[in-house]
Design a binder for this molecule. Structure first.
Ligand SMILES: [Fe+2]
Ligand SMILES: [Fe+2]
Length: 211
């Protein structure tokens, strides 16, 4: 492993994946905003795109702090995914881009809380605020998308099939009863277990938790 300073492979894998996935999200939102007609909706999705670019910058700062290299594999993979989703927004109507963006955001919320908790398990609290704020921001994105489609007739069926919607979320964060930074270690306990699965180093030192 390249980093001599951060001895936590699942955390390193999460950081590298998040860095690349944030760009995919930004690309997807460029397409999403471009496909919308309502100026207010367009502007809101544009702001979310900017938030994702900011997240990528924040994650890069953390990667650089520990001399963790960006994953070339993730950069290519998420570049392609982001561009594909961005283009698809022009052909799949209004509902699906909102729905799948909301579901994706719902999953992303815990990514940042889990990273924060992994750092804390190493006794590192330098990134608490930044990671907490990113997790909360993803929650705000999720709620925006949820509200944008809450009255759509397709939502109940999609919620049943894909497990996200008006009543189901992929995280336990509640914006109306938000825990403070130093209380937020209780968030996302189930996701923490999932992301502690062993990860594998490839020949180039790129860590892929999916392998
Ligand atoms: Fe983000
Ligand atoms: Fe987001």
């Amino acid at each position: 492993m390249e980093s001599k300073n951060l001895d936590h492979p699942p955390l390193i894998a999460l950081l590298r994946k998040a860095y690349s996935a944030e760009r995919a999200a930004s690309f997807a939102y460029i397409g999403h905003a471009g496909s919308l007609k309502d100026p207010e909706e367009k502007a809101h999705v544009k702001q979310i795109e900017l938030d994702e670019w900011n997240h990528r910058d924040e994650v890069l700062k953390i990667l650089q702090t520990y001399k963790i290299p960006v994953s070339r594999w993730y950069e290519w993979k998420f570049y392609a995914i982001g561009k594909f989703i961005g283009l698809s927004c022009y052909v799949i109507g209004r509902f699906m881009p909102y729905f799948f963006a909301g579901k994706l955001e719902s999953g992303n919320v815990c990514e940042y809380f889990v990273m924060m908790q992994y750092f804390q398990s190493l006794g590192i609290h330098d990134h608490d605020e930044a990671l907490y704020e990113m997790g909360v921001k993803e929650k705000e994105h999720e709620i925006h998308f949820q509200k944008s489609i809450e009255n759509e007739p397709w939502l109940p069926l999609f919620e049943k099939i894909f497990g996200w919607g008006k009543d189901k979320a992929l995280n336990d964060v509640d914006l109306d009863a938000l825990l403070k930074v130093d209380e937020s270690a209780s968030y996302c306990a189930s996701r923490r277990t999932l992301t502690t699965l062993p990860v594998k180093d490839d020949a180039e030192g790129n860590i892929d938790p999916e392998n």
